[in-house]
Design a protein around this ligand. Structure first.
Ligand code: 2HA
Ligand code: ZN
Length: 271
């Protein structure tokens, strides 16, 4: 068996979590990430046929994920510490029968468990896989400007999306499906998990008002970039929202971007 700390998926996960922390998106134990892995890639580093280290109840059913492998951040763990002690702060689990249990194969070596947002992650994986079989990542974090925006901007999804598209030229190209928005809800519950997954069926970005954002994508880089782009747009908005707006990106210009980059804006979102 090869050393799992040298696995490309592990190296990339640690780099990404570190980068998220460095961006200020994951204060203290804020944020959580799950990366779906293939049995073949896990099997190079772990004995997937052997007995699991522990069997942890998930608290929900996710039959669609039975037998799937996830590298996931731990509950109460700090992103800032992952690079120094990955085996404490991360865990690699296989989803058991019915998705009601997860078998720990590696990590959480201090007796810890997966993120409190495991329901939202697993339900979102199911939702995204039904739309895009190549989806592998669900990422949650607390970027300051997107959060700030949920205090001063309408939470109407079309308006929220249009504002972000107008803030940087590249936004409509990066997230033509737009941004869905949930009102404030209690985090860590199956209810917010179900609501997030439902919103994930129509967009890869879901804002949790006064809390943070969820992103989905085919790899860590793409998902990071998605949130990074939305957060940049929110930053511009927060810089200009209180000033008279003399110029903007018009709907006609957004349509030019659609045509030039071969993307299709969310139905009904352009005038
Ligand atoms: O503590 O971000 O939503 C991790 C979180 C909860
Ligand atoms: Zn959070």
């Amino acid at each position: 068996m090869k050393d799992i700390l040298t696995a490309p998926f592990m190296v990339e996960m640690i780099r990404t979590l570190t980068n998220m922390y460095d961006h200020g998106w994951d204060e203290r134990n804020g944020g959580n990430v799950s990366l779906m892995l293939d049995e073949a890639e896990v099997g190079e580093y772990l004995d997937v046929g052997g007995a699991p280290l522990r069997d942890i109840p998930t608290g929900f059913a996710a039959p669609g994920l039975e037998g799937r492998y996830f590298l996931v951040t731990g509950t109460g763990k700090y992103f800032k510490n992952v690079r120094y002690a990955p085996e404490v702060n991360l865990g690699l689990v296989r989803i058991g029968a019915g998705g009601t249990r997860a078998q720990l194969l590696w990590g959480f070596s201090d007796g810890g468990s997966f993120t409190s947002e495991f329901p939202a992650h697993m339900m979102s994986h199911v939702a995204r896989l039904s739309i895009d079989p190549a989806n592998r990542v669900i990422m949650h974090c607390h970027p300051a400007n997107l959060l700030a925006m949920t205090y001063v901007h309408t939470l109407d999804e079309r308006e929220f999306t249009r504002t972000l598209w107008q803030m940087c030229t590249e936004c409509i190209v990066v997230f033509p499906d737009g941004v869905n928005v949930l009102p404030w809800m209690l985090c860590g519950t199956n209810e917010i998990g179900e609501a997030t997954a439902e919103k994930m069926k129509t967009a890869r970005l879901v804002v949790w008002s006064q809390h943070g954002i969820y992103g989905a994508g085919k790899d860590l880089d793409e998902t990071f970039g998605l949130i990074e782009t939305a957060e940049k747009a929110a930053e511009i908005y927060m810089k200009i929202a209180h000033l008279p707006r003399l110029n903007t990106i018009t709907d006609g210009q957004l349509r030019q971007l659609e045509a030039r980059f071969g993307v299709t804006a969310r139905e009904g979102y352009l005038d």
